[in-house]
Write a protein that binds this ligand. Structure first.
Ligand code: GLA
Length: 418
């Protein structure tokens, strides 16, 4: 359900969304008197907004893919704590596809032999001060061909709640085929089926009474950012899958321009999970990836193998100032302010009036920004501003629009200006 306001007088109660449940405070009559709230209230009323800032955590897919096991999840939980990642904000430990077994005689989903006891695993993860996420599909099969939720939505949500699951990634996968089969060549009907399928699981989650982050994965089809909030999404994938190379990562990041108006506390654009520390991304490329995602107020779901994390990758993932930009309470996604060839300048408004300004160089050689201004005016700033170089952890004092620096190949300079 979209954020709606009822009664526009100052001080009236704003209807807002908790995992898309309308938390109706009270309806304000013309006389200004509050009357009883409409009963769309639920157990959610008393809990705080789910995903008030972009969710942070770790997911098994980008590194472990189909090989992930219970042990990998436990090792990751241990390492999230010992590396400091949990305390930096990475609290969700999300098991992606390939945990699923068969259903028992009552239709209850079982985990497979790689995950002998999901409830015990959840207890372990929770004992570390972390939360556990899981994965399914509205189709009969997941993308990797495992058992999924079609026809068992309520039962599966109840099972997840019983296990202690805190986050569900719900991936369209084979449901796309169902849509095509049942409504061939009828795009609006297919879209309605898709929304209904996501809403069905949303309602099933609400019925459990257990707060769960609800993550939609349907690759950004049908302008999901328009209707994601109406089916309870706390985040929705805006693209196809990321992979651990600069071209794919930067293409995805740059193509988020224009989606900023759809992100807000409680529901976020998701350009896919982080590949920082994976593949052959070098230092500057990892820094660019982390910066882009922070500027986009994107969920920060690490996807690397923590048992092999280098100090450089750890420092990039745990840079407190960069995380603070991503998690800023204002909840604004950054915009592209200016592009000139390979150089792009993005700005993200922060709470209290400061702005994060990222100067990206997607080109193949370093840029000295010759002839390229900061375009402060287009960000609503004028004259000299006080600046800090975030990755260099260095205050720059006052700078003006013609300030320039060297931006490495595939690199970025990130400032906070006020
Ligand atoms: C899809 C998703 C990926 C991952 C795999 C698992 O491709 O987009 O993020 O979840 O399925 O099979």
């Amino acid at each position: 359900m979209r954020v709606r306001r009822q009664g526009l007088q100052a001080g009236c109660v704003v209807l807002w969304v908790i995992g898309s449940v309308v938390v109706a405070g009270a309806k304000v009559t013309q006389s200004g008197k509050a009357v009883a709230a409409k009963s769309t209230r639920s157990a959610a009323t008393s809990r705080s907004l789910v995903a008030a800032t972009p969710p942070m955590g770790w997911n098994s897919w980008n590194f472990f893919a189909g090989k992930v096991t219970d042990k990998d999840i436990r090792d990751t939980a241990d390492l999230l704590v010992s590396t400091g990642m949990r305390d930096a904000g990475y609290v969700y430990v999300n098991i992606d596809d390939t945990w699923e077994g068969k259903r028992d005689a009552t239709g209850k989903i079982q985990s497979n032999e790689k995950f002998p006891d999901m409830k015990a695993l959840a207890n372990y993860v929770h004992s570390k001060g972390l939360k556990l996420g899981i994965y399914s599909s509205p189709g009969a099969k997941t993308c990797a061909g495992y058992e999924a939720s079609l026809g068992h939505e309520g039962q599966d949500a109840a099972t997840y709640a019983e296990w202690g699951i805190d986050y569900l990634k719900y991936d369209l996968c084979s449901y796309g085929g169902v849509m095509h089969q049942q409504a061939p060549n009828d795009v609006p009907a297919q879209n309605k089926m898709m929304r209904d399928a996501y809403e069905l699981m949303h309602q099933a989650i609400l019925k459990t009474g257990r707060p769960m982050v609800y993550s939609l994965c349907q690759y950004g089809d049908d302008s999901v950012w328009d209707w994601g909030p109406s089916v309870g999404a706390n985040l929705w994938r805006t693209t196809g899958d990321i992979s651990a190379n600069f071209d794919r990562m930067s293409l995805i990041g740059r193509s988020q321009a224009g989606l900023e108006k759809f992100a807000a506390p409680g529901h976020w654009n998701d350009p896919d999970m982080l590949e920082v520390g994976n593949g052959r991304l070098n230092h500057d490329e990892n820094v660019t990836h982390m910066t882009l995602w922070a500027m986009l107020a994107a969920p920060l779901i690490a996807g690397n193998n923590l048992t092999q994390m280098t100090p450089d990758v750890a420092a990039i993932l745990m840079n407190k100032e960069v995380i603070a930009i991503d998690q800023d309470a204002l909840g604004k996604q950054g915009s592209r302010i200016y592009a000139e060839g390979p150089v792009e300048i993005w700005a993200k408004p922060l709470k209290g009036g400061a702005k994060a300004v990222a100067i990206f160089n997607f080109g193949e050689t370093a840029s000295e920004m010759r002839g390229i201004r900061l375009h402060l005016k287009e960000m609503g700033l004028s004259g000299l501003v006080t600046a800090r170089d975030v990755w260099a952890a260095k205050d720059l004092g006052k700078i003006g629009d013609t300030w320039r620096t060297t931006v490495p190949r595939h690199g970025v300079v990130l400032l906070v200006v006020r």
